[in-house]
Design a protein around this ligand. Sequence first.
Ligand code: FES
Ligand SMILES: [Fe+2]
Length: 404
Amino acid sequence: MTNDRPVRRTGSAYDLPPPAYDETLVTVAKGTPAGELLRRYWHPVALSAEIKDLPMQVRALGEDLILFRTREGKIGAVHPRCAHRGTSLFYGKVEERGIRCCYHGWLFDTEGRCLEQPCEPQGGTKRENYRQPWYPAEERYGLVFAYLGPLEKKPPLPRYDTLETLGEDHFIVASGDSIGSGGPERMPCNWFQTHENVMDPFHVFVLHSTFSTKQFNEMMAVPPEISFGTSAHGCYSVQLRKFDDGTMLRRITEIVLPNIRIVADPFVRSFGKGNSVAWALPIDETNTRIFTVFAWPKSEPVPARFNRNPMYGGKTWYELDAEGHQRMPGDFEAQVSQGPITFHSEEQLATSDRGVALYRKLFRQAVRDVQEGRDPPNTRQGSEIVIKVEAGNYLMPQAALAGE
Ligand code: FES
Ligand SMILES: [Fe+2]
């Protein structure tokens, strides 16, 4: 949906057409256009550290899942309703080989096979006829990933070079705080409006630099020259910030299709390739959780879960009252206030939105790929998928531009 509709001449709200959103971008349910695309990828559904001895319930792509780790160490992701008579496996018990339903004790392994039926004659002679609905699940980088799509299309779980080449002095830290350390776990809005923000570098020097103080860093507050492009895995923006001393910050931010972002440290604490990868999990159509994995320097303290922010007068984000959020809006306030699902029919895209428009175009193309029977981007079957990260903060002389 673009600006091809007639310009509203009076501007009166009375003239607004009925609001609508673009289903190609925002749907997540099975059988919907974007829901089928999203089901061709692995999604993080929990932090590994969140899976303890009890079953854990999560929601992903609008489906409720029970996660568990058997005492043998295998991760399972199954539908909550027991295949016998529907009691939730949330109340089950995690055992050596699987999860046992609390009602009649059927035991299921991580692929839903029924291993025991204690109330049936001889422990269930026909138990191979029953299967608990399950999904493939794997752990990596401190996250639990699940694949909710057709089994025959399951791609390998991708690796990211920046997380694979850790020196002695770094280790992996996984976070499920949607907006930086100490932020909320859940954003009550559609995932797409949070993710397209990655291709909106213009907001950095308004929202994050002039509106609610300089949230990041003096360098980031300099208005950049911005360009956009497509890559082997998705799309990116290049932001050039030139300084009086003849140097410039060349900052690259990228999207790996469909819902992965690689954003270099906005505080620019060091230069070089980005050290984090983040996924926007569509919990359902109106809720999102962002998981981030960092290659974290061992010399630096890992930020506390609920850190106090000088910008918030030493309070945590949670402690801000309504006025505090109004005076200090950040990404959460900007994106959640677009509505549970933003109305594309009411948008008026402008020149600064060309990165957003590019990402939407690539996403729609990927939706079409699935609809027309092609494999969408980054789902190559068979061999390993290793994503080479380009994003980063690179400091260089402005003279280096002459070579481009
Ligand atoms: S409902 Fe689960 S074993 Fe009967
Ligand atoms: Fe932002």
